[in-house]
Design a protein around this ligand. Structure first.
Ligand SMILES: [Zn+2]
Length: 420
């Protein structure tokens, strides 16, 4: 039963199953988009003109096309890395040269992670400087793009590497219940990052400024007063530095909360529409969505660490991928590489949950504004300006969309506010 070659075969089947389903979802989506490509569907006649709609179809198809290539590329790399003996070979070199200390093991994990991220770099580059550029979204310079990658690497080194060392040390210090300790540390780390990321990390990449004085600021401050949200934490981010895509988001919790509006969003929306978007973000705060997500994330992290602890006790788990049992590091690495093969199947559930939150925030915004029209107007413009796919296949959006589609949100908004 626990014969390593059978386990490898089963894992390969799981990887292939995910790849096939992803290709199939991609195909369904492409077919759905093409089926509606001829003319603007009736439901969107008011929200988008013919030329923009045609462009959004082309954008979706282009992204699907490069998505398919990337899926197959990723599958090939993962299978090669897992079954070629590359990982145990690297492990031997590291332990031979650096020993088996937590610092050395963490270095092995970090270096392997870094090496595995490299093959995707050309895809990221292509997406930004060819695909996004072709559709007029890219504003990133080559220099900025490479600087971003370098900053990301340094951050991973400064934050990620010590965290890895700590977890490996905990395994040595705390014995069989190490996974509980590791989980507690990870949770504390997540809490700290939720507070520190907007203050320390995000400013490394973007400039955040308070809203400038004027009628828009007055209007948003009034909304803040009305809803009991401190408007000092409304900030404008220079998103236009990298892309013409527009967005808004809510981050942090308690005193550390912050609502961020992209400068591109402020250029595109009317003051009433911006107020509605802000009301939506305040809705996330009022409904305590971030603490709820945090609890959910803590629960899944607990399951993950427990699973790693269980797998690390199984000799077959190591031998299936060419390792010898004894060190926790290969178990962490293999789990990291394979977790996605399992979690992928739960993504519709996670997205269903996140879409519920979006509906709640939308309903809150419509109630606060006393009308749903401004938010609908904002959503239509956001979809139009970002060339969003207006007709995704329901399976595709189920697996990949954290937000409901434009049509779903409009219908929900009109249903909750029949007076409009
Ligand atoms: Zn939202």
């Amino acid at each position: 039963m626990n014969d390593p070659s059978w386990i490898s075969f089963a894992v390969l089947l799981l990887i292939m199953a995910k790849w096939l389903v992803q290709l199939w979802l991609n195909h369904l989506n492409q077919r759905n988009v093409l089926a509606h490509a001829g003319s603007v569907p009736d439901a969107f006649k008011d929200s988008i003109d013919d030329a923009t709609y045609a462009k959004s179809v082309q954008y979706t198809l282009a992204k699907d096309r490069s998505g398919r290539i990337e899926l197959t590329f990723d599958l090939t790399i993962l299978a090669l890395v897992l079954f070629s003996g590359l990982l145990p070979w690297g492990f031997h070199i590291f332990t031979g040269r650096l020993g088996v200390s937590a610092w050395a093991m963490a270095a092995y994990l970090f270096a392997t992670g870094l090496l595995l991220a490299l093959p995707n770099l050309p895809f990221e580059w292509y997406s930004q400087f060819r695909l996004e550029d072709r559709f007029g979204f890219n504003t990133t310079t080559q220099r900025l793009w490479w600087t971003d990658r370098l900053k990301g690497l340094l951050l991973a080194l400064i934050i990620g590497y010590p965290l890895l060392v700590l977890i490996l040390k905990l395994v040595q210090w705390t014995g069989p219940h190490w996974w509980l300790w590791a989980w507690a540390c990870m949770f504390a780390f997540q809490l700290v990052m939720l507070v520190l990321a907007p203050v320390i990390i995000m400013p490394l990449f973007n400039k955040f400024t308070p809203l400038p004085e004027g009628p828009l600021r007055d209007r948003l401050l009034a909304l803040g007063l009305r809803t009991g949200f401190h408007a000092q934490s409304i900030q404008v981010m220079d998103g236009s530095k990298r892309s013409r895509h527009s967005n808004a988001f809510f981050t942090g919790f308690g005193r550390f909360r912050k609502i961020v509006l992209f400068d591109t969003l402020i250029q595109q929306l009317t003051p009433a529409e911006l107020e509605a978007v802000l009301a939506h973000e305040i809705g996330h705060y009022k409904k305590r969505h971030i603490p709820k997500m945090l609890v959910w994330s803590a629960a899944t992290t607990l399951v993950a660490f427990w699973a790693i602890a269980q797998l690390a006790q199984q000799a077959w788990f190591y031998r299936s991928f060419g390792f010898e049992p004894g060190s926790i590091a290969p178990a962490l690495l293999l789990f990291g590489l394979l977790a996605g093969v399992v979690t992928f199947w739960f993504s519709p559930l996670a997205h269903w949950w996140s879409r519920r939150y979006e509906y709640q925030a939308d309903a809150y915004a419509a109630r606060t504004m006393n009308e749903p029209r401004s938010l609908i107007g904002a959503l239509r413009k956001l979809n139009e300006k970002n060339l969003s796919n207006l007709t995704p296949h329901p399976f595709y959006s189920g697996f990949y969309y954290s937000h409901p589609t434009l049509l779903e949100r409009e219908q929900a908004l009109l249903a909750t506010a029949p007076s409009a």
